[in-house]
Design a binder for this molecule. Structure first.
Ligand code: SF4
Length: 208
């Protein structure tokens, strides 16, 4: 894949007209970093032939409400994943933060340098695949930060993940902008008026 030189992204943070609250009650977003409309990545993850799910190498933060939803499906998930629930998360103390539904997050475990929920024989997130196979909404199983990758949020600001900041994300360069890549997910979590306002910010700062 040939890396396309990208214009230096803006470091500008734009205030939104109001605070948008996730359908889960947290996080709440009232600002956006303009570079989400400027940087590009491969986007079509399941047809990527060079990344081998690189972004799933480190595990992911998962909010306590999401953890409870997985544990509520423990028997079925253990049977389908063939992974005992005792191995699903690291044994670190939950990290308290109001950005997370349930008021804190845990961390998914890794195995052989890959998230424990990553398909060991193929591609993609097994929590996502399980939900699809069972006709369930994958958002109830897959961590919010996995669905919004390569975007994240902190203290009210929607911005890029650290793997984008340090340019270690192997699929940066070509494809849709980071915003356009996850616009549908942002609309799922924060509603249509949120992406309508982000479209305006996009039009003002990164004309398509
Ligand atoms: S975001 Fe990039 S590294 Fe991650 S699965 Fe998609 S194409 Fe691969």
């Amino acid at each position: 894949m040939n890396i396309v030189a990208q214009p230096a992204p803006s470091t500008l943070i734009v205030d939104l007209r109001r605070t948008y609250v996730s359908r889960y009650g947290a996080p709440m977003i009232s600002q956006v970093a303009v570079e989400v409309f400027q940087l590009r990545y491969f986007t079509k993850c399941m047809s990527c032939t060079f990344c081998n799910d690189w972004c799933c190498s480190h595990g992911v933060d998962i909010d306590l409400d999401n953890v409870q939803r997985l544990l509520a499906n423990r028997d079925a998930l253990e049977n389908w994943l063939k992974i005992p629930s005792k191995d699903w998360f690291t044994d670190e103390e939950p990290d308290k933060h109001p950005d997370y539904p349930g008021g804190a997050c845990m961390r998914t475990n890794t195995r052989n340098g890959r998230c424990i929920f990553l398909n060991p024989k193929g591609r993609g997130c097994q929590l996502h695949a399980y939900a699809l196979e069972k006709g369930l909404d994958y958002h109830d199983f897959k961590p919010v930060l996995s669905a919004l990758f390569p975007l994240t949020f902190d203290d009210g600001t929607l911005h890029v993940m650290e793997e984008v900041e340090d340019r270690s994300l192997v699929c940066l360069g070509e494809g849709l902008t980071l915003y356009r890549g996850v616009r549908a997910e942002l609309e799922y979590y924060f509603g249509p008026s949120f992406v309508e306002e982000l479209d305006e910010v996009e039009a003002a700062h990164a004309p398509r």
